[in-house]
Each structure stands twice: as C-alpha cells, then as structure tokens.
Design a protein around this ligand. Structure first.
Ligand SMILES: [Zn+2]
Length: 142
C-alpha cells in the first residue's frame, strides 16, 4: 500500500486553512514553493484524474487508484483538489498519474496574486461535483 506523501521539492505554506484571508471557510493550504519560478507538484499517490474545471482556476481532482496510508495510520482512498496551474492542457479526465510523477504546476489562474498551488485533501473517493460545504468548504467526506 502506498503512503500518501505531499511531493514538492520545496515546501512553503503561504496560507493555512480557514483563516481570515481567501481561505476563510475553506479547508485548504496554499503552497508557494521557492518563489524563484514555477514549482511543481508530484503526485502524492498513483491516481486517476476525475475532473478538470477550466472556467475558474484550472481545478483538477486526482483520486487514488487504491487505498493509501494516511499520516494518522488510517487507510482509505484519497482525493486531492489543486488550483491555479496556468495550463492544464497536458491533463485529461481518466488519465493515470503515477506516484512521484510531476503533473501540476504553480500558477496564477483564477483568484491568485502570485504563483502557488491551492491544495485541498479529501478522505475517500471523488463524489458528486467535488465541492462540499459541511461545515466549511472541503473535500473531507467522512
Ligand atoms: Zn488558496
């Protein structure tokens, strides 16, 4: 079983969850990278792309193909939502991304003031529209 690991070469959290800026009411992190260019995200697990939404921030949902091990020791499917890559034409729904493979870049598409990746992690498989608000915007289904 794969361990789900956040895979950026340089980890810099520029905004935390449910704060008083743009993440108010959102369970999300902003990942700023090195700030010297465009950093990339490697897939934290082998997953399949379930949805791509290009009308806002080039949102991409990646769901693990098998259950993964979480940091707290639990095991379940994992779905992550990423935003702001300026160009997702390299991705399509149904595409399988292997753990460690670079697939998503920092960018400014949508409501972003500087290059970063907005990340939300959900426990479980992709369901519905991929958007949930209970009690705050997140992807935690369970
Ligand atoms: Zn954000």
């Amino acid at each position: 079983m794969q361990k789900a690991v956040l895979m950026m070469n340089y980890l810099k959290v520029t905004q935390t969850a449910n704060n008083n800026f743009s993440h108010k009411g959102a369970c999300a992190l902003d990942l700023g990278g090195k700030d010297t260019g465009i950093d990339s995200l490697k897939a934290p697990f082998t997953g399949v792309i379930k949805k791509i939404y290009t009308k806002d921030a080039n949102e991409v949902w990646l769901e693990s193909v098998d259950k993964v091990k979480y940091a707290d020791g639990t095991e379940d499917y994992m779905t992550i939502l990423t935003m702001h890559d300026n160009d997702v034409s390299n991705l399509k729904v149904g595409q399988v991304i292997k753990q460690g493979e670079i697939y998503y870049d920092e960018g400014t598409k949508g409501n972003a003031t500087g290059n970063h990746i907005h990340l939300t992690v959900g426990k479980g498989k992709f369901t519905g529209t991929g958007w949930y608000k209970k009690p705050i915007w997140s992807m935690v289904y369970k």
